[in-house]
Structures are given as C-alpha cells and as structure tokens.
Write a protein that binds this ligand. Sequence first.
Ligand SMILES: Cc1ncc(COP(=O)(O)O)c(C=O)c1O
Length: 402
Amino acid sequence: MSTIYLDHAATTPPLKEVYEAMKPFISYEFGNPSSIYSIGKKARAAVEHARRQVAELIGAKPGEIVFTSGGTESDNLALVGGAFAWKEKGNHIVTTAIEHHAVLESCRFLKRIGFDLSIVGVDSSGIVDPDDIRKAIKKDTVMVSVMHANNEVGTIQPVAEISKICREREVYLHTDAIQSVGNVPVNVQELGVDMLSVSAHKIYGPKGVGALYVREGCIVERLIHGGEQEKGLRAGTENVPGIIGLGVAARAANSGLEQRAKRIAFFRDTLIDGVLSTIPGVYLNGHRQERLPNNVHFCFDGVEGEAVCLHLDAAGICASTGSACSSGALEPSHVLLAMGVGYELAQGSVRFTLGRDNTIEEIHHLIEILPPIIARLRAMSPGGYYRPGTCANSLCNRGTEK
Ligand SMILES: Cc1ncc(COP(=O)(O)O)c(C=O)c1O
C-alpha cells in the first residue's frame, strides 16, 4: 500500500483543479490587480471571482471577505485589529483555553500591552459551556473569540448559542473556523458571528493564503500598513495565484459537502470502534457526537505519541501527535491539559484526521497494524503497562492488557 495520509488537520493536498487554476497566474497572467490596463484588470477580475467563491462557501457577502496570508494572520487581524479598533469602548477580551496558538498568542500580546484577558475553560470532552462565556463577559468586554472546531480533538463548539449571548451583551464575536470550513457546513448568518477565520491549505487549497470574514459594519484596525488593498484592511499587492487557489478550493469544498462529510464520518466511526475494541488502555479524546466528521484523537496509555507516529511513518502512515517539542522536551498539548487529561497520558496522544481521498481499506489497514505497534512500544517502555482508570474521560476502553 502506498502512503496513507491521515493528517488533513495539518494540511491537505491541493486539488488538481486548484493547481490548474493557479498555474496561469504564476506565469503569463502576472498582472497587478491594481493596474488599470487589461492584464491588471484580468487579475482583479480573478481576485473578485475568488472573493465571491469564498463568500458563498460561508454564506457571506463578497464585500465582507478580506484576503490574508493564512489562518494565523486572519486570527491576528480579528483579535488585535478588533481590540485596537474598539479600545475606546472597553479593553476586556474573552477567549477559551483550547484555542489555536494564533488566537491565544494574539490575546497574550494584547494582555502584554495592557488589555484585560479572561480565558474560559472546557469540560472533559473539550466543550465550552456558553454559560461560562456569559459569566466571563464584563461591562468593558469588547470581544469574545471561541473557535468553531478544535484542531486537536475535533470538538465542535456551541458558537450559535454563544453568539446569542454576545448579541445580548453587545460584544463582538470572532470564531476560528479553520478546521470546520470544508468539513461541515459553516454559515456566518446561522452562527451569528462578526468575524470568522478561514485558511486555504486546510481545504485543499495552497499554503500562505486565507481569509477573514468581517461582518458589514464591524470595523477592525489594519495591522499591515501601506497601500489601500483589501479596502485598506490589508496592505500589500495581493497574492493573486494563492487567492485564486483559495477560491477554487472553496467552490470544491461547497460541492457535495454533506455527502462527503457523511462518508468520512463513517470512516471515522469505523476507526474509533476498531481501535477501541482491539487495543486496551486507549482513550478517545473529544466529544463522541459533537466532533468533526474527520477527526479521531486517542491517548494510548504507556506509550509516547511521537513513538507511535514514527512507527506509523515507517509503515507508510502519516498521523500527528498532540505533543509539541519545546526546549528539547515533549510538552503535552494545552488542549488535553485543559480537558483534564493527565500530563503523562496526554503524552500518548495521536491524532488521525481523514480526508476526501481516504478509503475504507486504508482505515482497515490502520486498524490492523496499530495494535502490534502499541504492544511493541509498551513492551519496550519501562512503565510498560497501561493503568486502567487513568483518564477522566468516559469514552475509553478499560479492558486489560493481554
Ligand atoms: C484552528 C487553527 N487556527 C489557525 C491555524 C493557522 O492557520 P495557518 O496555517 O493558515 O496559518 C490552524 C492551522 O493549523 C488551525 O488549525
């Protein structure tokens, strides 16, 4: 079997139609969209077409889409640009403990320069309680940022419920929808958000390009100064090929989305059931229902996630671990720690994120090769043996090691 790619939350392979649409704009269609002659106008028309495609995917108006250099910039523009724009109204921001670093670090930057920050926790399945958001909002709160779906454990947050609270309290709401867009239907009207972040490379588009939805009437401060591109919100000559790639990826994401999500969810459930029924001492992280159709996230007791991933790589399977290497040590994920997963167990985390080209045969192959890998690693480790009941999460297999 050739490589089995199960890390679509990290990045996705660009679609052929994305690449084909971008190609002319990397070569002979090189005009600057701000130029007034015809090759410039052609580039402008292509950029505006892409804007309509992205808007259509999320139920927005084209004029509400700002192209950026990716998800990270979209999050920074929303958080920092929003906070700067509304600082006369108040200086308090609310976010959650399981956000991506693009949001958390933007918030920490704001805190360093004098903004007030509240970080709301989650339950053991990784879900934010809207009531906790309500309680965190103060008189001087200007913005709440809650991600739509978590990039590690795949939990889908009750953003529509949170938006009702934000509306009542007249507070802006941003959501990082980078992992949900393209995997589940996302509509800015139904979610009731003021800003929403998108990244092209998570939806089979190119890297280094993204978008921020900014609701009409919601003013944010620019972070990149210079020309008047993107209605003055993001200076710099547009990444024309990237934007075109994002537009085509958005169109493709929109087509057959629900059927695709259903098929992938079936693969997800096959993988979850297969692993939980064959490997003892394994815990499924995240919510069983309120999760992305393509996300499977386990903690394997008594092994390191990184070792599992390296063994899987040797077997031709790409998956990722939740631990990040910092100063030479493996730091467990802040998301798992926020969910109450123990420090040691969190180091045994492995994430599989499925995509549109995976097959059921690939899933069965993984279910077959994973148990001997885990058994081998446990036999090698000094702790060696998993300890039943080490996790607060109820979605676990408490069988005994054979
Ligand atoms: C939830 C979430 N937010 C933000 C980002 C950053 O996006 P980008 O890689 O486009 O900068 C990612 C990427 O992994 C993500 O998963």
